[in-house]
Design a protein. Structure first.
Length: 276
């Protein structure tokens, strides 16, 4: 029937455009897919590239630190930092050259490897050394800082006269009394409380007073007595308590009452000095 027939132009248009549209759409899909894959690969390369750069920087820094440590250790334990000079500081009564010779075995040893046990063994033969410290001064110097014992006097023994410090450590012994150190007499010997009090008093005395003392004695910790040998003047000190104040008061009174005119100074009471 004429009313049921489709227009000829419309049928032809449908038949000719559909295959072409499908091909275009497929090409667009493939192009978009390739673009996405390309963008993804680029992003992955960018991300992994940053990671590689950071990793290389970290590895480079760590390697530099390791090399620096190894180089430092290698230099420290090599002859580049070996001991060539030994310097002794603080030797007054002792002969510094003798101490340097006693430590000559450490010459050539890298500073970090100096044998402290060997140093101690060498210095123990010097009784006057109370304590010491070692100081490395690169590249080649080892410094030995000494603290010498302070003698308080000599005690008479069967072997002769022994120089002792406040702790009773024997520093030297001679058959005859030598030098100007005072003669110490303490009931109970050097291990007694009387000797300990003498040691404390003698360490407190200023040089102006100590230089005059030729004898010091005590029968107990509370009756220390000094004697000025040139004037035969006695100083009744009493106990070692308040020794600094007693010494100051004694110096003051000696300016107005010289020892040549005094037989006894009694400073056993630190606030009152009795002169006879």
């Amino acid at each position: 029937m004429p009313g049921d027939a489709a227009p000829a132009g419309a049928a032809d248009e449908t038949a000719t455009t559909r295959p072409g549209d499908d091909a275009v759409r497929m090409r667009d899909v493939w192009s978009a897919s390739r673009a996405r894959r390309k963008a993804l690969r680029a992003e992955v390369r960018r991300f992994t590239g940053r990671q590689r750069r950071r990793r290389m920087v970290w590895i480079g820094s760590a390697s530099a630190v390791v090399l620096l440590v190894l180089a430092t250790l290698g230099a420290a334990y090599s002859p580049l930092l070996a001991v060539r000079d030994i310097t002794v500081v603080g030797a007054e009564r002792l002969d510094a050259e003798e101490i340097e010779q006693a430590l000559a075995g450490e010459v050539g040893t890298p500073l970090p490897l100096v044998d402290e046990s060997a140093v101690k063994s060498a210095l123990v033969s010097f009784p006057l050394i109370e304590s010491y410290t070692l100081e490395a001064r690169p590249p080649h110097e080892l410094v030995v800082k000494l603290v010498e014992r302070t003698p308080v006097g000599v005690v008479e023994t069967a072997a002769g006269f022994t120089l002792v410090d406040a702790a009773g450590v024997a520093l030297a012994t001679t058959e005859e009394r030598e030098g100007d150190e005072p003669l110490v007499t303490a009931s109970g010997g050097i291990g007694s409380d009387a000797f300990a009090a003498i040691g404390l008093v003698m360490r407190t005395l200023p040089e102006s007073i100590r230089a005059r003392v030729t004898e010091v004695s005590a029968t107990s910790p509370n009756d220390v007595t000094l004697r000025f040998g040139d004037t035969r003047t006695d100083v009744v000190w009493g106990s070692a308590e308040d020794s600094a104040l007693k010494a100051l008061n004694l110096e003051t009174i000696m300016e107005s009452r010289a020892p040549e005119d005094v037989s006894v100074y009694d400073v056993s009471s630190p606030t009152v000095v009795v002169v006879r």
